[in-house]
Design a binder for this molecule. Sequence first.
Ligand SMILES: [Zn+2]
Ligand SMILES: [Zn+2]
Length: 130
Amino acid sequence: MDATFLAKIKSDFPDIRFVSGKRFSFRPPKTVVVEPDGEPLLLLHEIGHALIEKYDFKTEVGRLKIEVMAWEKARELASSYKVAIDEDLIETELDTYRDWLHQKSRCPKCGLTRFQTPDGTFYCPKCDVN
Ligand SMILES: [Zn+2]
Ligand SMILES: [Zn+2]
């Protein structure tokens, strides 16, 4: 990643703590892990997480919504920082996320997609409901 770009980002977001790491990630409330050779767009996505200030990670649907919101923020930031918006990259990231959610919501007994209550508990429509 361009050092000038990263320096600009750091000075524009003094509230966010930037640390170097192996993979981009966001740690609530205000830490962004930066992959030094990673895509600038992914950095903007993690900043998006810090800016929307939503950490409802209890339900999987809530998490997916947050991902989409963070990408919306990343798009806004990308246009002000003149970073190319790679739609394929965004779709791939979201697909990975969707696959993971799908995997996680599968009932281990029968394979049906379970649903989740607001407190995060999974229920299988076949095995857990009478
Ligand atoms: Zn994200
Ligand atoms: Zn089941």
